[in-house]
Design a protein around this ligand. Structure first.
Ligand SMILES: C[S@@+](CC[C@H](N)C(=O)[O-])C[C@H]1O[C@@H](n2cnc3c(N)ncnc32)[C@H](O)[C@@H]1O
Length: 257
């Protein structure tokens, strides 16, 4: 993985057990976040809990909700790999018989879509600018590479991580760029809403950044750019896609270059 970015985030690092305090301090320094000894002392919107072999996020405003983890072998993600939406995502990036494009997931987040693409057989470069999320992805990939589930190990072998702003990344062999910007009117399961809520609390979003990201993507030497959008919203930056693939709650705007 490239060197982690050190942009401060709305996050404190908390040891999940007393013995993890030195680890929490080390990670806090690496992430440029405060380390606090107990959850009662957290004043930031999000806490990153660390144990010797696990990491998870908890949003203060949603203390009752279950924690957010990156775990490619989780039952939720294993269930999703059988769902119809994966087929749509695969079609959007150009998966077809004998064709498995290499994809840059330029908004990797919790790695859910990247995993689906890797599981479909694509090689995927995950780029994430949040140092906290990049750390979680890095550890999840390490765990996935030694998973007891063969398909998880196979998908992990097709994923590589870059901790940086995508707009600083030079595309080389990849043929497709995939963008999933942080739109707020997201429908779907409570789990999807909880994940989005923690991502927003952690990093927020800056006006026009998604438009800039699309402009960067369209200027790269790739064959297509795919943007996930809410089903009924306008195209990002009002740029008309070449074609659209619609699901029940989201659609994929495909720009063939
Ligand atoms: C909605 S989330 C993506 C969720 C992801 N598709 C998944 O399946 O888990 C958007 C993510 O993009 C990241 N992001 C936004 N702009 C970025 C940029 N310019 N470079 C890298 N990451 C970026 C945010 O930090 C956030 O984690």
């Amino acid at each position: 993985m490239s060197a982690p970015k050190t942009t401060p985030e709305n996050c404190s690092v908390v040891p999940a057990v007393a013995g993890a305090w030195p680890l929490a301090q080390r990670l806090a320094e690496q992430l440029s976040c405060p380390a606090v000894r107990s959850v009662e002392a957290v004043s930031s919107p999000v806490a990153l809990f660390v144990d010797h072999d696990d990491l998870w996020l908890q949003q203060r405003a949603m203390e009752q909700a279950s924690p957010v983890r990156v775990d490619f072998a989780s039952p939720g993600l294993q269930h999703r790999r059988r769902g119809g939406q994966n087929e749509l995502l695969g079609r959007a990036v150009g998966v077809k018989a004998g064709q498995r494009p290499s994809v840059i997931d330029a908004t990797a987040g919790l790695g859910r879509d990247a995993y689906v693409l890797a599981d479909l057989g694509c090689t995927v470069t995950l780029i994430e600018r949040s140092a906290v999320l990049a750390l979680m992805l890095e550890q999840a990939l390490e765990r996935a590479s030694i998973s007891a589930i063969a398909s998880v190990r196979a998908a992990a072998s097709r994923m590589r991580l870059q901790s940086r702003d995508s707009r600083d990344y030079e595309t080389s062999q990849e043929t497709v760029i995939y963008l999933d910007p942080m739109f707020t009117d997201r429908r779907g399961s409570a789990a999807v809403k909880k994940d989005l809520s923690v991502l927003q609390a952690l990093h927020g979003n800056v006006d026009n950044e998604d438009e800039q990201l699309l402009a960067w993507a369209l200027a790269q030497p790739v064959r297509r750019v795919v943007v996930k959008r809410p089903l009924k919203s306008a195209p990002l930056d009002s740029r008309k896609p070449s074609h659209v693939i619609k699901g029940k709650t989201v659609r994929f705007d495909v720009y063939v270059l």
